[in-house]
Design a protein around this ligand. Structure first.
Ligand code: PEP
Ligand code: MN
Length: 358
């Protein structure tokens, strides 16, 4: 349930509510908005709900106590009305600016890392991407250089000032990836690896959570909920395409997910047209589409010589291709950000179309 404090509630009253939450054996999660504080009480409340609601409603400084209807709570706009803004080094994500993450699919060598970082930085990228630990469908494919690649990424950050996002595949890698990276990426295949989500929930750096290729939006938000409820509120969602019956593209980019998520959650949303399409020539039009529907950012794969790439060469942009993409999306984003924002939708308009299990 959410305990909405009155706009005039004192720090003492807020602490009083939090103490009672703790005394009832639960953890209070606090959201400090520009006008008021909301305290979420999450956990197994069950048949105790009416008693607890009555108890909290009587406390001084409490304005309303409302049950939480959606399965995701800390990730929802009901809990945290304002957009979450994430700062990593010189980059800011979710503040209305356009975040552009670019770099090779995998960090194949020091040269590829540095050369690509310099080229994408010069063209306006704000974050460097690159895989060190690579989840590959085939055990015989290149699996990434691991810690060696993390060192090259850190060197590329030194050279360009770009913060680094890279994937962590298992809980045992969290410590080392956290040491080198600025943002920890959870890949599509790991979106429901709950021990990994809990592990990245315990680190202080932001997490980019890619959508599982077979996951609903609700399941995706439940995975974000694992990270936030473990203590890390800085989650970026990345739409990277879902599996459908279509075979011309690697995946199908779910464009409606972007505006939907902006209504359902306060977390920033970026799109990845490289993995969504699997084809370099489709990356620019889909990046344009993502920016046009209000994505907070775009992630794309870029390689100095895509034909030589050890992974995902077919979907990687050349440096020229990346410059051409930037020439399209930067002015488009300027125009889009001048449009007035639509008001948030009422609950009924956001009803779930199907059923899902938790
Ligand atoms: C990636 O971004 O490097 C990646 C492996 O993407 P995904 O998990 O979306 O397939
Ligand atoms: Mn890739």
């Amino acid at each position: 349930m959410f305990i909405v404090m009155s706009a005039r509630a004192t720090a003492e009253e807020i602490n009083g509510v939090k103490s009672l939450v703790l005394a009832e054996g639960m953890q209070p999660h606090e959201s400090v908005g520009s006008e008021r504080v909301v305290i979420a009480l999450v956990g197994e409340i069950g048949s105790d709900r009416d008693r607890l609601m009555g108890r909290f409603a009587q406390l001084p400084g409490v304005e309303t106590v409302t049950p939480i209807t959606r399965p995701f709570k800390l990730a929802s706009r009901d809990f945290h009305a304002e957009d979450t803004v994430i700062r990593v080094g010189p980059a800011t994500i979710g503040d209305g600016s356009l975040t552009v993450m670019a770099g090779p699919c995998s960090v194949e060598s020091r040269e590829v890392a540095i050369e690509t970082a310099e080229a994408v930085k010069a063209a306006g990228a704000t974050i460097l991407r690159g895989g060190a630990f690579k989840p590959r469908t085939s055990p015989y494919s290149f699996q990434g250089l691991g810690v060696e690649a993390l060192r090259y990424l850190a060197e590329a950050r030194e050279a360009t000032g770009l913060p680094v996002v890279t994937e962590v595949m298992e809980p045992s890698q969290v410590e080392v990836v956290n040491r080198y990276a600025d943002i920890l990426q959870i890949g599509t295949r790991s979106m429901q690896n709950y021990s990994l989500l809990t592990a990245v929930g315990r680190v202080a750096k932001p997490v980019m959570l890619k959508r599982g290729f077979g996951a609903t939006i609700e399941e995706w938000l439940m995975s974000a909920e694992y990270i936030i409820s473990s203590g890390n509120p800085n989650v970026i969602l990345c739409e990277r395409g879902i599996r459908t019956f279509e075979t011309y593209t690697r995946n199908t980019m779910d464009l409606s997910a972007v505006p939907l998520l902006h209504h359902l959650t306060h977390l920033p949303v970026v799109v990845d047209p490289s993995h969504a399409t699997g084809k370099a020539w489709l990356v620019k039009p889909l990046a344009i589409a993502g920016v046009a529907i209000g994505a907070d950012g775009v992630m794309v794969e870029v390689h100095p010589r895509p034909e030589e790439a050890l992974s995902d060469g077919e979907q990687s942009l050349t440096f020229d291709g990346f410059r051409s993409l930037m020439a399209a999306i930067v002015p488009l984003h300027e125009q889009i950000s001048r449009l007035p924002r639509d008001p948030l939708l009422p609950d009924a308009a956001l009803a779930v179309g199907g059923t899902s299990k938790h």
